[in-house]
Design a protein around this ligand. Structure first.
Ligand SMILES: O=C(O)CCC(=O)C(=O)O
Ligand SMILES: [Fe+2]
Length: 309
């Protein structure tokens, strides 16, 4: 089984609306991918590879700064924004801390704590403008997803009106996986433990090394390589609940590189979350899952992964 690659150009041009025919094709392709594997690569979206490379470059500059320079920007539990040091998060709570660092952009509001222009010129501007690009793409994808289920196009976007504000938990994360020191690796430790994401959908951009693996419905892990010029999009838990399990929120992970392989790895992930107060229940009226408020689901799981519960 492979993750399908779908051409999104018809919806991404911004100038002309897609024809009915294009929408029918695209929604059928998205539905098939999200039903079978829960992951899809989209090519020809509004996000270019040049932008992705530029944001990865400036993110790496941040991660390579000395610890004491990064420390004042540490993530705060109260708002989820900021730097996360290696091993302080475990996406699989049954494993030791993940061997990765992250910088979370939790909102576009002016009071978030950012490295100044003196520390890292252009960092804030690059992250914020990439956040907006990812938001625009997410809303386009959510519309096609609704159509693919025979729903009004705005059924999902109506519950994602506040992305970028503090009333919505959508978060852009720059991730950096440093070279692995096998002398100090703990038993069972990974670059990123197997987990599913918490929100509605996630956009992922990987550096050329790839390394992400996705669990299929039959229980095997398949590789999700980096395909330049594409974005990888996956279904997350709240969307699986919303669709009564039609779309699958598949587990995924990043293993350690083989001993002796000292390469680094990077990714950018945009976690799309419904508005905090949105109550997510099965769209077809079934009671497969009890209704849950988006913000409650998010914080329960953030608590697990940062070991607060
Ligand atoms: O680094 C990646 O490719 C994916 C990371 C991931 O799955 C996550 O942070 O939820
Ligand atoms: Fe993930």
């Amino acid at each position: 089984m492979k993750i399908p690659v779908v051409d999104f150009e018809a919806c991404a041009s911004g100038e002309k609306n897609p024809t009915d025919e294009e929408l029918v094709r695209l929604s059928a392709e998205l539905r098939a991918a999200f039903t079978r594997v829960g992951f899809v690569y989209l090519r020809n979206t509004c996000v270019t590879q040049e932008e992705v490379d530029a944001v990865m470059d400036i993110s790496k500059k941040f991660f390579l700064l000395p610890e004491e320079v990064k420390m004042p920007f540490s993530r705060k539990e109260s708002n989820n924004h900021g730097w996360v040091s290696s091993e302080s998060e475990r996406l699989n709570p049954h494993r030791p801390g993940d061997l990765k660092e992250a910088f979370n952009i939790a909102s576009l509001e002016p009071d978030e704590n950012w490295p100044s222009e003196e520390i890292l010129p252009g960092f804030r501007e690059a992250q914020q403008s990439f956040f907006v690009q990812c938001k625009d793409l997410s809303l386009q994808v959510l519309r096609v997803m609704a159509l693919s289920l025979g729903l009004d196009a705005d059924v999902f976007t109506n519950e994602h009106k506040l992305i970028g504000s503090k009333e919505n938990g959508s978060t852009l994360r720059a991730l950096y996986y440093p070279p692995v020191n096998y002398d100090t690796v703990k038993e069972g430790q990974l670059r990123c433990g197997e987990h599913s994401d918490y929100g509605s959908i996630t956009l992922v951009f990987q550096s050329r090394e790839g390394g992400l693996q996705v669990k299929t419905r039959s229980g095997d892990f398949i590789s999700a390589p980096s395909i330049p010029g594409t974005v990888l999009i996956n279904i997350a838990d709240l969307m699986q609940r919303w669709t009564g399990d039609i779309f699958v929120s598949a587990a995924h992970r990043v293993l350690l590189p083989l001993p002796g392989n000292v390469t680094t790895r990077q990714s950018l992930a945009f976690f799309v979350q419904p508005d905090n107060e949105a109550v997510i229940k099965c769209y077809d009226g079934s009671d497969k899952y009890p209704p849950i408020k988006a913000v409650d689901y998010l914080w329960e799981h953030l608590g697990d992964s940062y070991g607060l519960m």
